[in-house]
Design a protein. Structure first.
Lengths: 117, 112
């Protein structure tokens, strides 16, 4: 099955600086890569996603890049703000499984992003 | 739309007790699932369903039962709670055509 590795487990950056979180996946058939943000005590919420036919996607201060050859994808947050403090999860989905007979979404273990004032 | 609704928010059980965690969604999503979240372990899939009457096991199904009698509801049953089941439980749903998952607010369960 799919295996998703996420690094680092904790990331501390100064407010205004950029943050980068990296994930690798094992299944070359995976084609959907979402990122979820979970604030303390809250539910995970989708913040951005990318499909394998696209190399980069941006939404204001956040962007995701995908390298299919290397099987890794990254979340980039620029001009970090205090409200960016949260746990971020990456995930990978294999289309063979999603919706058909099995669940296709495998999550990384999460990155605790701390924004220092 | 209320989205995905979970009850209760908090629960304390004694070892051996049984209980049901409730999950309901009003978005007409075919797919529903249960995850548990433990520190440093991310989100791990317990059970999932792709429609009424259809359920299947995820990564960590032992000790849990599910049923899907309606599209809206997907309860998770702990038949004999164990301390290893102390965790935060999330229900999530989506359509079969779109991988975007919508999560409930979670249930914090402690088994003493």
């Amino acid at each position: 099955g799919e295996n998703v590795e996420q690094h680092p487990s904790t990331l501390s950056v100064q407010e205004g600086d950029s943050a980068v979180i990296k994930c690798t996946y094992s299944d070359s058939a995976s084609n959907y890569f979402p990122w979820y943000k979970q604030e303390l005590g809250k539910r995970p919420q989708l913040i951005i996603d990318i499909r394998s036919n696209v190399g980069e996607k941006k939404d204001q201060r956040i962007a995701v890049t995908l390298n299919k050859t290397a099987k890794h994808f990254s979340l980039h947050i620029t001009e970090t703000q205090p409200e960016d403090s949260a746990v971020y999860f990456c995930a990978a989905s294999n289309p063979m499984y999603s919706g058909g007979g099995a669940d296709g979404l495998t999550f990384g273990k999460g990155t605790h992003l701390i924004i220092q004032p | 739309n209320a989205g995905v609704t979970q009850t209760p928010k908090f629960q304390v059980l004694k070892t051996g007790q049984s209980m049901t965690l409730q999950c309901a969604q009003d978005m007409n999503h075919e797919y529903m699932s249960w995850y548990r979240q433990d520190p440093g372990m991310g989100l791990r899939l317990i059970h999932y369903s792709v429609g009424a009457g259809i359920t299947d096991q995820g990564e960590v199904p032992n000790g849990y039962n599910v049923s899907r009698s309606t599209t809206e509801d997907f309860p998770l049953r702990l038949l004999s709670a164990a301390p290893s089941q102390t965790s935060v439980y999330f229900c999530a749903s989506r359509t079969l055509r779109n991988e975007k998952l919508f999560f409930g607010s979670g249930t914090q369960l402690s088994v003493l």
